[in-house]
Design a protein around this ligand. Sequence first.
Ligand code: ATP
Ligand code: MG
Length: 564
Amino acid sequence: MRLTTGFIPTVKETPTEAVIPSHKLMIRAGMIRMLSAGIYSFLPLGYRVMKKVSEIVREEMDAIGGQELHLPALSPRELWEQTGRVKAFGETLFHLRNRPLVLAPTHEEVICWIAKNHISSYRDLPQIWYQIQTKFRNEPRPRSGVLRGRQFLMKDSYSLDGSWEGLDRSYDLHDKAYRKIFERCGLRFFIVGASSGAMGGSKSQEFMMESEAGEDVIAISEDGSYAANLEIASSVVSPAGAAKDSAALKEVHTPNIRTIDQVATFLKVGHTHLAKSLAYEADGQPILVLMLGNDELNEAKLNGVVGEECHPIDPERLKDLTGADPGSIGPVGLKKFRILADKRLEGAKGLVSGANKNDYHLANIDLERDCNVEGYFDFRTVMEGEDAPDGSGKLRIVKGVELGHIFKLGTKYSDALGATFLNEDGRAQSIIMGSYGIGIERIIACHIEQNHDEFGIVWDKGIAPFQAHLILVGAKNREVNEAAEEIYSLLLEEKIEVLFDDRHDISPGFKFKDADLLGMPYQIIVGEKNFSNGKIEIKERRTGSRELVEKNQILSRIKELLST
Ligand code: ATP
Ligand code: MG
């Protein structure tokens, strides 16, 4: 492609609407333009990358026996009602006004519909079907460019199996394919096992990239072998301090002492002897959660244990129930509450906690003896620097972006839509499904997040829009001009993807800046000075290293570089 005739509208200034590097650079490099919030046009350069990523995904999906199909983006709302997902997606689902149709945010329902109508016997299974298709989701705050769009391209695949072992196989195949895809796209990723309760599956795994732009918070160990969403992450922590003997309960006057730190200082006791009481309610039932010292309660874990959304009790209702304000409540003698404790408190004696009487605390609490604790659970929010539960080092808390997701769905959707098959005994059985997604634009944006510098994008060869950027410097010199044209033809003949900056009225400095911004792996610079000695310069974008090559060696040298 020639820059004189091509459409690559680069921009010098940083676009004001963009916050994260990939968004800024994709606009500046003329890859994308925003049409409306979360809706982007891919211009020629961007579309080249989109096609490359799609092709890598296709190759790896085909390699595990996936069959590509193409499903409609519009689908009947009724299907989504049958699976309960009109409600589950809520505001995220786009509805049409003039027909009972929705714009599909994913395709489990449609796949199930096809399976229900066209798979009848165990002989038709297993199947892996995939597509690379536009998805629509009314994301509430799309502000990270194509990383989170309201319309985006997804590779989604679905496995249909007749047995649970079959599902394990299909899932493992996807796991392997996904690793290859991300490696070939030049991404550093880590894998997070997720709880999949909400979607009714038995196992799921997210492929993630560490990034400030991420919306998930992850606890990850030094070598990355332990990585878990903060909502479920755990760590190795010591239990609460336990006094040797159980002394008698003692009420102590603690005027105006509310926080754990104040209690510790006032009573001169360590945090491991303090129990913090937090009051919640779920469906009208008051719940007291006991945490050790300043340990932070993880509400997602609490919700998981209770099996319902828990909300903090408002202070007035709390006072009605306990007779005390939030800083003075405690587990001893508490009525009407379920009492749940963090597992760090199991067996704790000699504890201090609120006395359910403002300005008083109780000392020498023996949880077994004095309180009606229903159970001990892991409620803690993991902290930076704690030890990973699998012994793989200290934990860091990082933000992550989800690149892909693989999911054992089981029979949730096939049950809901009645997608069954006749097994070998001639009995009807629900098809066992898996679903697997990858965001194509997200791969591109994440690649740029990980591969850029102050000057621009630094593409990996695997997905670069062009392999080489040929730059003509000193266009007024006829010989130099001819040499550049000749190299261009030669590269094209050899099917090397080359972008040719053949512009005559642009200064060399400007051309070099553009080349660094666009980020092709190799720049081939045909300039007057070197050319007078019969030499052409090659610059590697990633390292900035330069070499001079004889003009007639340029093709073989570029080929050599591209093959490494
Ligand atoms: P997130 O938590 O980031 O919203 P998700 O859990 O909604 O992701 P899935 O429904 O599992 O994502 O979709 C599969 C893949 O599609 C994701 O792993 C991601 O790569 C991509 N994806 C999801 N939502 C978007 C979006 N709004 N824009 C671009 N890609 C997306
Ligand atoms: Mg989402």
